[in-house]
Design a protein around this ligand. Structure first.
Ligand SMILES: NC(=O)c1ccc[n+]([C@@H]2O[C@H](COP(=O)([O-])OP(=O)(O)OC[C@H]3O[C@@H](n4cnc5c(N)ncnc54)[C@H](O)[C@@H]3O)[C@@H](O)[C@H]2O)c1
Length: 258
């Protein structure tokens, strides 16, 4: 087998949730490793801002929960930008609250993006990758996918669905040389984390809260979005060429996984 080559070498990666905190960091990390990126998000202003700040990468306003929009966007990217090598599913939403107060609309809204959106985007991209027998998909899930969290049932279940889906897809695509993995962030300093409550949510995450059965973060800090981006870039790259159907936890040890 030839030596592992480093860097993206101009390969094209589609990024959903590109306008968010973790998405922006992933875009920066991929550009630094010589990938090309196509930025997808439903927030047009956010896309315009990241395009102005970070790159002249092409942007696509698209709701990942809408299969027709996703299929159209992926077709447009293939036609006007180039052949897709990889997909990073970052788009996500969070709604919190106890199950007894979780409405059907809350459950559906969370699953529409975090699970259905991952399915729509992965299916559309996999259809292209499979014909070329090359590529990689990385889904940004959450450590909540495997650790029960108070007030986060819908979100945790949606992320567990995304991980299970990504692993099954990885199994189906392995024979075509395509790898599918997940990154499971713990608390990461973005607007999503800061929307989780009043007060100092960062200190609460680090120190833990016995009333919420949260043990805190053994490494003593919340993640910076760049910590997540590094893991995503690794899993996309050829350095991870023998890794598929795995979840890489980037949570400072918060999930206490042995
Ligand atoms: N921040 C954390 O502590 C944390 C922890 C674990 C997992 N995550 C996951 O990491 C990912 C990124 O989170 P973040 O912290 O950067 O949040 P963020 O809110 O900053 O970014 C989320 C992005 O997804 C986009 N998005 C939402 N719905 C969409 C839709 N229907 N179609 C297209 N784009 C849509 C938003 O516009 C936004 O740009 C999410 O999947 C989130 O669940 C975050």
């Amino acid at each position: 087998m030839p030596a592992v080559s480093r860097g993206g070498r101009g390969r094209l990666v589609v990024m959903t949730g590109a306008a968010g905190g973790i998405g922006t960091a992933v875009v920066r990390a991929l550009l630094a490793e010589s990938y090309r990126v196509a930025l997808v998000d439903n927030d047009k202003c956010g896309l315009d801002a990241i395009q102005a700040d970070e790159s002249a990468a092409p942007t696509f306003v698209c709701d990942v929960a809408n299969a027709d929009q996703v299929d159209g966007t992926i077709a447009q990217i293939e036609e006007h930008v180039g052949a897709i090598y990889g997909l990073v599913n970052v788009a996500g939403v969070l709604r919190t609250g106890p199950v007894v107060r979780c409405g059907d609309d809350d459950w559906e809204a969370v699953f529409a993006v975090n699970a259905l959106g991952v399915f729509h985007c992965s299916r559309a991209v996999a259809r292209r990758l499979i014909t070329r027998r090359d590529g990689a998909i990385v889904t940004v899930a959450s450590d909540a996918a495997s650790v029960p969290r108070v007030g986060m049932a819908a979100y945790a279940a949606s992320k567990a669905a995304a991980v299970a889906f990504t692993n099954c897809l990885g199994l189906e695509l392995a024979a075509s040389g395509i790898r599918c993995n997940s990154v499971a962030p713990g608390s990461t300093d973005t607007t999503m984390l800061r929307s989780m409550g009043t007060g100092d949510v960062v200190s609460a995450a680090v120190e833990g809260r016995s009333d919420l059965f949260r043990v805190g973060i053994p490494l003593g800090r919340v993640a910076d979005p760049d910590d997540i981006a590094t893991a995503v870039e690794f899993l996309l790259s050829e350095r991870a060429r023998h890794i598929t159907m795995q979840s890489l936890y980037v949570d400072g040890g918060a999930a206490l996984r042995g």
